[in-house]
Write a protein that binds this ligand. Structure first.
Ligand SMILES: [Zn+2]
Length: 328
């Protein structure tokens, strides 16, 4: 059964409240727009966040999950719901992170929505006046990575040893939506991309998942201003090894399977396992001296965007909302 994106807004907001232990702080509504082209937009009018999604979003994610039904015991309806909830969480994060102000625009899009009349010229913050042109050009992609990062964190929740099966399913849901946004971008040849390449977004997603067992230790270290992790806060090596075998590796395999089923050719860019894990190790440990040795296009674009994002957040005097954290 095809679900509607807008009807899942309540689920997305309830999930946000469950994870954050407080309600989402911005009034928000959502509408399904009857259109055969895949797109979604977030816009601010007054103090209300409006999320519009074309009916093609729910149709295409349903079609993809029905094709994958039974894969690892995955129920298509549940996966469709998870994928759409993640898209809605991604849109809420554009608002929560202040992206409309940073972009100087009232609307942010995934895919290529039809033009709704005159679009005013973006008015970026004055603080961006001294930024290099390449960084300003990368701004929309950096903000997409920021929204992704927070939506990923909301979706996976905290590390828990008993929830690896649920975690794998949620990761698969996010992979599928990311892949469809890539397909929508590729379908509109000649238009500028609306997003970083999916390989980059998937690299961030799988890197986040790979690091998840260490996040309680990272948060503890950050809270106490320590530059290194307390070994007592880190799961023991046998648990980390089991996590790698039962979560990180299967998630990469699932991503490859979804990519193959969705017929998005550009996704050969993920790289083979050896190259992918080589790059994951460099980025997870923030080994900046080895960044020039990254092998996969996703990892290479990710570190370029991290550099631009650091400049952007420094210009705003704001902490960097996403960046790899050194393990030691
Ligand atoms: Zn977005």
């Amino acid at each position: 059964m095809i679900q509607s994106t807008a009807s899942l807004l309540g689920n997305a907001l309830a999930h946000y409240e469950f994870v954050m232990e407080e309600p989402f702080g911005i009034a928000v509504d959502a509408t399904d727009v009857d259109d055969a082209t895949f797109w979604a937009t977030a816009s601010i009018k007054g103090n209300v966040l409006h999320i519009d999604a074309s009916t093609a979003v729910a149709e295409q994610i349903t079609e993809l999950w029905e094709r994958l039904d039974g894969f690892e015991g995955i129920d298509a309806d549940v996966m469709v719901r998870n994928s759409l909830v993640w898209l809605l969480l991604h849109e809420t994060q554009h608002a929560e992170l202040g992206h409309f102000t940073l972009m100087g625009t009232a609307r942010i899009s995934e895919g290529h929505p039809p033009s709704f009349g005159l679009v005013s010229r973006p008015q970026m913050p004055q603080a961006f006046g001294d930024l290099p042109a390449a960084t300003l050009a990368a701004l929309p992609f950096c903000l997409e990575m920021q929204a992704d990062h927070n939506a990923i964190a909301l979706m996976v929740e905290q590390y828990s040893t008993g929830e690896w099966g649920i975690l794998r399913k949620r990761v698969a849901a996010m992979v599928a939506m990311t892949v469809l946004i890539e397909r929508a971008d590729l379908d509109r040849k000649g238009n500028p991309r609306s997003h970083p390449q999916a390989a980059t977004r998937l690299f961030q997603l799988l890197g986040y998942v790979h690091q998840l067992p260490l996040t309680p230790a990272m948060m503890e270290a950050r809270e106490h201003g320590r530059g290194s992790l307390n070994p007592a806060d880190i799961p023991d090596q046998s648990e980390l090894n089991a996590y790698f075998e039962q979560v990180t590796k299967p998630c990469l395999e699932t991503a490859r399977h979804i990519i193959a089923q969705s017929e998005v050719s550009s996704l050969d860019d993920l790289g083979n396992d050896e190259a992918f894990f080589h790059d994951l190790d460099i980025i997870a440990n923030n080994q900046t001296a080895r960044f020039s040795r990254l092998q996969t296009p996703g990892a290479q674009e990710l570190v370029r965007l991290i550099d631009h994002n650091n400049l952007i957040m420094a210009a705003l005097n704001q902490p960097i909302p996403w960046a790899p954290t050194p393990q030691t």
